[in-house]
Write a protein that binds this ligand. Structure first.
Ligand code: SF4
Length: 441
């Protein structure tokens, strides 16, 4: 079951496993087990040997970038929050909502203490005394494990006043989201934590300057935070040996869709799409042909199998018109219609649009109508032109990342699978998927 969160256990021991390395030997809900595996040594080192600036420098040298999708350098965000004065917050973003993505869920369920240790180190580095873990409420086990671990950490002196005998104090609460995809966007997430409707805000001001309760707030994805203890324990130089020039470290990918061995895989940045699909995922089912991947969630992009030798890093994907997103990979085979795939993902983002701005609210609706028309065999060449220009307008005119990237599946399928759109204009669906059209191969 590709959505079960199964961890692919590989025999290739040389493969670096920053996040998942000890999942097989560690009981996720036992804090003592985490301690036995070296847990909290990084926090203890920070509190006893390093200044906040030195911690930020170490993260900076590691090259760690945000794993939630944006790829923004983590240390830059930390430094900006660190420069602000007064009370501050740290938020761990566990509001994973992409179809086909389940790495944040698995991290929170399997290594809750590591996320919380990373969060504590981040709080020490930026001078925050309150933390919030924001978890989507569709992940009840993750919510329970995070809550129980917070409680155990309080009992053992890893949270509270004067942590480990230092002058650093921090407490953390776990807040459940209410199921809105848009609340993964950091400004909407902050609104949600304050009990308001999750609507993104124009930036500046950035949350680093004015976030939760108008105080400076560091928002990092849970996977980003889970990398931090490893970096402090093993050194930034070691972390930076994995990955590519611009994208350091490892990434946890979720493999779903038409792949024989779906699940999670942690691999160095720079691993190719083909290695993920054909080596770790064991390829598509017998008799089928690997056709494409939808990478980066519903607003990522569809890349054809011909580009599968592309090393996965932030810039390489951007050059192809796609984004890394949070690391979800939905594998598609020759039975998938790329026009229908674009329609499916656009339907998701259209449904999840918060409705705040016109281009996203109405533009995505209009785009979806046109794609439905094509899939029904009623599209015209004029519709095709309109789809293309509207997709660019929605990208440019939307306020937040959801609207800006919602047309990506449309734009990438138009770029790489134009022939399938042309076929639909002629009343043919080459994959035989669009039921309103006569199956044709
Ligand atoms: Fe809301 Fe879409 Fe505008 Fe983002 S782009 S604020 S999701 S309407």
């Amino acid at each position: 079951d590709a959505t079960s969160g199964e961890l692919l256990l590989e025999s290739d021991t040389a493969r670096p496993r920053v996040i998942t390395g000890d999942w097989e030997v560690m009981a996720a809900d036992t804090l003592e087990e985490y301690e036995r595996q070296g847990g909290f040594a990084a926090l203890a080192k920070c509190l006893s040997q390093l200044t906040p600036d030195e911690v930020i420098d170490e993260v900076d040298h590691s090259g760690l970038r945000g794993r939630g999708g944006g790829g923004f350098p983590a240390a830059q965000k930390w430094r900006l929050v660190g420069l602000q004065s007064g009370s501050k917050y740290v938020i761990a973003n566990g509001d994973e909502g992409d179809p086909g993505a389940f790495m944040d869920r698995s991290i929170m369920e399997s290594a809750p203490a590591r996320v919380l240790e990373g969060m504590s180190i981040a709080a020490f580095a930026v001078g925050a005394t309150r933390g919030i873990v924001y978890v989507r409420n569709e992940y009840p086990l993750a919510v329970r494990r995070m809550r129980e671990t917070v409680q155990r950490m309080r009992e053992k002196g890893y949270l509270g006043d004067s942590i480990l005998g230092s002058r650093f104090s921090l407490d953390i609460d776990v807040v459940e989201g209410a199921g809105a995809f848009i609340c993964g966007e950091e400004t909407a997430l902050i609104q949600s934590v304050m009990g308001r409707r999750g609507i993104p805000h124009r930036r500046p001001p950035f949350p680093a300057e004015s976030g939760l309760w108008a105080r400076p707030t560091l928002v990092n994805n849970v996977e980003t935070l889970a990398c931090v203890p490893w970096i402090l324990r093993h050194g930034s130089a070691q972390f930076a040996t994995f990955g590519t020039e611009g994208s350091k470290g490892t990434k946890v990918f979720s493999l779903a869709g038409k792949v024989r061995h779906g699940g999670l895989v942690e691999a160095p940045m720079g691993t190719t799409i083909r290695e993920l699909v054909e080596y770790y995922g064991r390829g598509v089912p017998a008799g089928r042909q690997f056709k494409a991947v939808q990478i980066g969630g519903p607003s990522g992009g569809c890349l054809p199998a011909a580009l599968a030798d592309t090393p996965i890093d932030y810039e390489a994907l951007r050059e192809l018109g796609a984004i890394m997103g949070s690391g979800g990979l939905v594998v598609l085979d020759d039975t998938d219609c790329m026009v229908d795939v674009a329609r499916y993902f656009l339907e998701f983002t259209q449904h999840e649009s918060c409705g705040h701005c016109t281009f996203c609210r109405i533009g995505t609706r209009k785009l979806l109508d046109l794609l439905e028309k094509l899939c029904a065999g009623k599209g015209s060449r004029r519709d095709l032109k309109e789809i293309e220009s509207l997709a660019h307008s929605v990208s440019q005119g939307s306020l937040c990342g959801l609207g800006k990237t919602a047309p990506n599946p449309v734009l990438t399928t138009l770029k790489y699978f134009k022939d399938e759109y042309e076929a639909h204009l002629e009343g043919r669906c080459p994959a035989g998927r669009c039921k309103a059209l006569i199956a044709y191969r």
